[in-house]
Design a binder for this molecule. Sequence first.
Ligand code: SUG
Length: 435
Amino acid sequence: MRLIEMQVDRIVGPTHHFGGLGVGNVASARHAGEVSNPAAAALEGLDKMRLVASLGAEQWILPPQERPDYELLDSLGFAGRDTGSLVDALDQAPRILSAAMSCSAMWTANAATVCPAIDSLPGRLSITIANLNASLHRVIEAQATEADLRSLFGTVATVRTAVAGGSAMRDEGAANQMRLGGPDNQSGIHVFVYGDGQPHPHKHWPRQTLAASQAVVRNLRLDPSRVFFLKQHPRAIDAGAFHNDVVAASHHNLLLFHESAYQDSGQLDRIAEAYREAFDRELVRVQVSENQLPLANAITTYLFNSQIVSPADPSAGPVLICPAQVQTDLRAGRLVASWRDERRLFSEVHFVELGQSMSGGGGPACLRLRIPVTKDQLDRLPKRARWSAALDGQLREVIETHYPSRLTLADLASDDVVRKAQQTQRRLREILTTG
Ligand code: SUG
């Protein structure tokens, strides 16, 4: 029996803007304050979902989270739950307004950490929501994400509340977790990547702590003998790799990573050894050197944030979906071509335009949460959130008709813009949750 990997994306919301809020995220800082295009952002996301579905993969869709987050504004002293509170926040603390309006929940790779039933000691598909404690605009996602995943999975999965503990327990979900295994329903090996501890980065605050990863491992009831912890290199964090998935990618028996990704490469040998023992075959480790692609280019192109998808036909090799930026970087483009044509790691390579997400520091892989399920589990899920051409058409119509194509932070204190955004959010939620 094979495990089927669901790709769960969330529609970018109508208040998408460039707040520059991403901690240690160079793209987010670079584009802070630019005029955004929420309609284009949402359509680019839908285009990627359509491509993934066309490959025969399981594509599922969540609606945007509700913005403004009046609860946040209220608790930070901007009471009233009306436009007045938004105008006050814009005047006195624009970053708080930006956080309360943020659509960062679009980056679902940070929504949760997941383990398939076969990997969890009680034999249950298990999901631990990420607390996203490192940033004001992301910590507000957890509660709604929990509700969304509970409603999607019902009794099929155990969905756990995010780990408590404030900043000591900073958890950013699957972006810092890699499951190595095979296509079969056989228990996998989990690698958890964290950034705190000696030696520290100089410029940026590590977003994932070892203590949080350890707590997630306990919550998911993973077999400790199948778990590894790997420290991110402070150099990578300082260069802007605020998550592991900016400098590494994994799929079944494949591990792609930049030579500056990790502090202790000896740990990679131990992981490869465990893989060999468990699966009786080699882990395919592809290390990209600084010469082949400088760390700075890995981060601007988001090469490692390419999305790897297994097509429906089990005999076809995995497909690589890269950000368009990879194609225009000579070295990154050359690497990808050699992975496809010489090393035959991928059967196809696609390039996707995700300019709006990339300007916030999120590539194709940031936009999806992988959830490995059995066919039986998949059959028990409510189909209303599963990609179909009809659903895609319905969602596009709402976006094309009601989303703004030009937005600044100041617009987000406008009564008209906010009312329209709220109506549109409600409509999308209705389509995706009541079908
Ligand atoms: O947390 N950007 C997100 C990008 C998340 C990317 N996810 C993964 N690598 N898996 C972040 O930094 C930008 C928000 C702004 O600029 O307003 C932001 O939150």
